[in-house]
Write a protein that binds this ligand. Structure first.
Ligand SMILES: O=c1ccn([C@H]2C[C@H](O)[C@@H](COP(=O)(O)OP(=O)(O)OP(=O)(O)O)O2)c(=O)[nH]1
Ligand SMILES: [Mg+2]
Length: 161
């Protein structure tokens, strides 16, 4: 690969996150592979989701994320593809100041099959990201842009050809 096309190598940013194990027997969230974006969250109880059923599931952990960071709770694609399991509020937002138990609002979208989970199963994944904040300042007019007010399919829905 020429120097022009090789991707820039940047050391990944790693932070230390204090975690309270509300359920001390349950393993900590784990990155399945080094460099994965999501650390898998485990469920702290056994349960079954009937077709169309949703449930707020405890993970047995509480976090103290540093200010300027957010935890995003994403669905796992394997559960989605194989069983139709998703999160009602995907991605869930874990605010830096939240000290309660991290919970996951699972939904079984399958029309026919119930899905059973056992305590310790990996139900979702936590992605940590930096976030900014804003002072919202009222103005009469907004600066112009190429997109303008076009949205909701303004560029067409399918192929660009
Ligand atoms: O999937 C989720 C989403 C949220 N939370 C916790 C952490 C988060 O910081 C808090 C509030 O979440 P959110 O702001 O999404 O909910 P809300 O309906 O706006 O509640 P609140 O009024 O408490 O902010 O609930 C979870 O444990 N799991
Ligand atoms: Mg909120």
């Amino acid at each position: 690969m020429s120097p022009q096309t090789s991707p820039e190598t940047i050391a990944p940013e790693k932070i230390t996150v204090p975690i309270r194990q509300l359920d001390p027997e349950l393993p900590l969230p784990v990155y399945a592979h080094p460099g994965d974006a999501g650390a898998d969250l485990l469920c702290a109880e056994d349960f079954t989701l009937e077709p169309g059923e949703r449930r707020l599931v405890p993970t047995g952990i509480a976090l103290a994320l540093p200010e300027g960071w957010v935890g995003l709770v994403h669905p796992r694609s394997g559960l989605a593809v194989k069983h139709g399991i998703t999160l009602v509020n995907a991605p869930g937002t874990i605010d830096a100041g939240y000290r309660g138990e991290v919970k996951v609002c699972l939904l079984n979208t399958d029309r026919a099959e119930a899905v059973h989970f056992s305590r310790g199963d990996r139900i979702a994944q936590l992605v940590l990201q930096r976030v900014g904040g804003a002072d919202f300042v009222p103005v009469a007019d907004l600066e112009e842009s190429a997109r303008g007010a076009g949205g909701f399919g303004s560029t067409g829905l399918g192929s660009q050809q």
